[in-house]
Design a protein around this ligand. Structure first.
Ligand SMILES: [Zn+2]
Length: 225
């Protein structure tokens, strides 16, 4: 499988794009009247809108069965937006969701579909307000050392390395599945599990092998402050 670390467009994921994902959305846009994408097509013609939606949907369908894609104008930010809904997003943090979507798009479509659109990756039935309340990796800025030390204290890294064996890339499922299982085994609370994921994401890791191979060496470096 392709790993995020091998892909130059992933780091930093959001700012290298013109995509106005939740992350790229300028702060002043928050807190405006919520609405949904549906039915706002004043700028985009129906045909090109439907065409983009079906292209993105086709690109994602194989990896994410049951995914639905809507393209429309969103009044909340007065911008065109692409709303992707998939049941599997329910267990993922927003940055993980966006990374999955971007990773699954072919290069050409990625360029066309990321530029100038707000991207929303929602679980079925999830509102935009609920989505915006999820934590982001920037929320743990300043707590990184503390989270890392907690993980070390739990013996997390050794346990994960032992679970994944000598070839983490091969045993990696492309997500944080084994990290989460390791944290649960060690009785880490849901909040601590979430903080660990945010720490990994903040350092550009989106799967278990990257936690061991990319992030751990980086986190072990002294932080100057
Ligand atoms: Zn991996």
């Amino acid at each position: 499988m392709r790993d995020a670390q091998d892909l130059p467009w992933v780091q930093p994921l959001y700012h290298r794009h013109n995509a106005l994902s939740y992350y790229g959305t300028p702060t002043p846009f928050y807190g405006l009247t919520p609405t949904d994408c549906r039915g706002h097509s004043s700028i985009m013609g129906g045909k090109s809108k439907d065409d983009l939606a079906s292209k993105v949907s086709a690109a994602l369908a194989e990896t994410y069965p049951g995914v639905t894609v809507e393209v429309g104008r969103i009044e909340r930010w007065d911008r065109p937006c692409i709303t992707v809904r998939w049941a599997g997003f329910a267990d993922l943090l927003p940055e993980e969701r966006f990374q999955r979507v971007v990773k699954a798009l072919p290069d050409k479509l990625r360029k066309a579909a990321l530029s100038g659109y707000i991207w929303l990756e929602l679980a079925p039935g999830e509102s935009i307000d609920a989505f915006l309340k999820h934590p982001r990796s920037e929320d743990i800025a300043g707590k990184e050392r503390e989270i890392h030390n907690h993980l070390k204290k739990l013996g997390f890294y050794e346990a994960l390395a032992s679970t994944m064996g000598g070839s983490p890339k091969t045993s990696c499922g492309g997500d944080f599945g084994q990290s989460i299982a390791t944290l649960r085994d060690r009785k880490a609370t849901a909040a601590k599990q979430r903080d660990a994921r945010l720490l990994f994401i903040r350092h550009g890791a989106f799967c278990d092998c990257q936690v061991l191979e990319t992030i751990l060496p980086e986190l072990e470096k002294p932080i100057g402050r």
